[in-house]
Design a protein around this ligand. Structure first.
Ligand code: ADP
Ligand code: MG
Length: 618
């Protein structure tokens, strides 16, 4: 076929992929590939990079060879391509001899659109010769940053991909990544030998993600409260250490939530099992360290919670980016406590290399600045990536919802500092908090701290608050941890004395207001809106989801491969009655219509017949 996508354009997009419009830059990239130009595209997670090569793979003659770094990713991609009706195969270390033969045969007969391989496979002896026997339409290099040592996921096997341009001079190369600093970008261009590539750098904004920062004061309760509003939908909870991962997973299980832990201390079989259970919606929550990473292409992750402070904004944004790839509303919650800062600082001080110390310290500072900032979260994040967010109110973060206030905490700071002074700067935060709230402990009696004027002056506020405040005093330089003790003991610093004298004030961000209302989940429109879902009919949406789960189980595939959450939302909103109406929805292509259309039309028809609302009268 020599047709340009202009001629097929949105028709093919609709009939094959089921989408009614391109996402930003998809069309331009597809056109470049079709006219034979190399491509270098930096697009955010969920930006729709796969379509950029799957589409031309259908249009162009020959097979598109996709290089992808992980087995699990390849498997998901092939499953998803096949569920769209594309002719896709993978050759990797787990491929049986007969499947291998089948894939090569299909390729030779020109009956394959996409061949997914690992870089190791490309480098294996004799493989290139096999490829040379076929008509290759172009090469797509996914996760192209793996070629650079400066990237965070360097894979030496990617280096050999530099041979593609020499070995297959007629095949364009299209490189895709979601993370590329200038240095990594230079590596990608030069190491792949891209020839005057068509370059794209899409906005990193993810409009469907909602950002909130809460004061971390009662972690388990906060997580459970959040989950009540998640209505059983899948999500990830990131924690800082393996031990904390295990603890939180156990805590959730005790509360009847289907959750599993994931960290690098588990065997790879165990980890694969967790990932698969999550992909297939068999469990609701994965509690993980950042080891749970690149392989998660699951598009319907509805929330990401950071229960401990991430080390830097880049990592934080990548991790939150795993929510909402399908474009449906999803929430990102960061639980922020100054105790995490104190802890991380103590780790940083242990780094031998002064430069590493400097860099990680600076990264941590930026992370704190983000958590404490009183401006739009989206604006702050995008600025970090060198992008100016143009709108005044993004509508989808705690700041833009008006949930953040600055409060004057000078009096509380004075109480806390005075407790420190009066006890001689010799006690840990736990004891100081006990003094403030007027606790009756053995230690307090022993040191006669109940006779101090500061004893009990803070009893109107909970202990958690005072913990938070003490750590804030340390982080903001009003107090410092004594260098001469093994146990963390704060002492008043210069700024602290100024606060005590009334020469300086002390402010805190009050991120708690308005966000922690405890509410049982209700399947009302209001509840859906609270979850960030303000479209559609919640009851019908639940029925459609149930049908999807049944079909997925019967076909042994992840539910999202049948229809995305977004498509189900649209169904619940527009309630299509005929095949034609269903085909109009985003995400419904001809192949899926044929396979699953009737199942969902039945659910909708039954629902309408049974509900005497407006639609029932039609
Ligand atoms: P990336 O690789 O850039 O992270 P994916 O290729 O995995 O993103 O795509 C993310 C999701 O967006 C997938 O569920 C995909 O089906 C969907 N998608 C891609 N292009 C479009 C489009 N033009 N319209 C609607 N959804 C799209
Ligand atoms: Mg991708």
């Amino acid at each position: 076929m020599t047709q340009q996508p202009d001629n097929l354009g949105t028709n093919l997009l609709k009939s094959v992929f089921g989408f009614s419009s391109f996402r930003p830059y998809q069309e331009e990239i597809i056109k470049a590939i079709c006219r034979g130009q190399d491509v270098f595209a930096v697009m955010p997670t969920g930006g729709g990079k796969s379509l950029c090569y799957q589409f031309p793979a259908v249009v162009l003659e020959g097979v598109c060879v996709v290089i992808s770094p992980l087995l699990s990713l390849m498997k998901d991609q092939v499953d998803s391509a096949r569920e769209t009706g594309l002719r896709a195969a993978t050759i990797n270390s787990t491929t049986s001899a007969s499947e291998y033969g089948k894939a090569l045969g299909a390729m030779r007969r020109n009956e394959l659109d996409l061949l997914y391989i690992s870089p190791e496979r490309f480098n294996s002896p004799g493989f290139v010769e096999k490829l040379l026997d076929n008509k290759i339409s172009f090469f797509a290099i996914d996760e192209a940053h793996c070629i650079s040592e400066w990237g965070h996921q360097f894979r030496p096997d990617y280096l050999q991909l530099g041979r593609i341009a020499e070995l297959f001079p007629d095949a364009p190369i299209a490189a895709f990544t979601a993370t590329a600093t200038d240095r990594v970008a230079d590596d990608i261009r030069s190491r792949l030998g891209l020839r005057h590539p068509f370059e794209v750098r899409a906005s990193f904004d993810r409009p469907n993600l909602d950002y909130t920062v809460l004061r971390k004061d009662d972690l388990n309760r906060q997580i459970l409260d959040f989950l009540k509003t998640a209505d059983g939908q899948p999500g990830i909870i990131y924690r800082g250490t393996r031990k904390k991962v295990e603890e939180t997973a156990l805590m959730l299980k005790k509360h009847g939530i289907e959750a599993l832990p994931y960290h690098a201390g588990m065997t790879s079989e165990q980890r694969n099992l967790v990932q698969e259970s999550f992909t297939y919606d068999r469990i609701q929550v994965v509690v993980a360290t950042i080891a749970f990473g690149m392989g998660i292409d699951k598009p319907n992750v509805r929330f990401v919670i950071h229960a401990d402070l991430p080390k830097n904004i880049e990592g934080y944004y990548q991790e939150t980016g795993r929510a909402g790839r399908d474009g449906a509303p999803s929430r990102c919650l960061l639980l922020f406590g100054y105790q995490d800062v104190v802890l991380q600082n103590s780790f940083i001080e242990k780094y031998e290399d002064p430069q590493t110390r400097e860099v990680t310290r600076e990264q941590l500072k930026q992370m704190i600045r983000y958590a404490e900032s009183d401006e739009c979260r989206r604006k702050a994040i995008l600025r970090y990536f060198g992008e100016e967010y143009p709108n005044d109110n993004c509508g989808h973060c705690d700041f833009c919802r008006g949930a953040i206030k600055r409060v004057d905490a000078t009096v509380d700071a004075q109480k806390a500092l005075s407790a420190m002074q009066r006890t001689g700067n010799r006690f840990g935060i736990g004891h100081l908090v006990d003094v403030l709230v007027g606790a009756k402990t053995e230690r307090i009696r022993k040191f006669a701290h109940d006779a101090l004027p500061t004893y009990g002056v803070g009893k109107e506020k909970p202990k958690k608050y005072w913990h938070f405040l003490f750590n804030a005093l340390v982080c903001k330089g009003a107090a410092r941890m004594r260098p001469d003790t093994d146990y963390p003991i704060p002492q008043t610093a210069e700024l602290g004395f100024e606060i005590l004298r009334g020469n300086e004030s002390f402010e805190l961000i009050d991120f708690v207001s308005a966000e922690t209302k405890k509410r049982a989940p209700k399947k009302s429109r209001a509840a859906m809106r609270e979850r960030g879902v303000d479209r559609g009919d919640p009851d019908l949406f639940d029925l459609l989801r149930t049908r999807r789960t049944e079909l997925a189980a019967a076909n042994h595939m992840p539910p999202y491969l049948i229809f995305s959450d977004n498509t189900l939302l649209e169904m619940s909103e527009r309630k299509p009655m005929t095949r034609e109406e269903l085909l109009e929805l985003s995400g419904v292509g001809e192949y899926k219509m044929k396979r699953y259309g009737q199942d969902f039309l039945d659910v909708i028809a039954e629902y309408i017949a049974e509900s005497p609302g407006e639609e029932g009268l039609l």
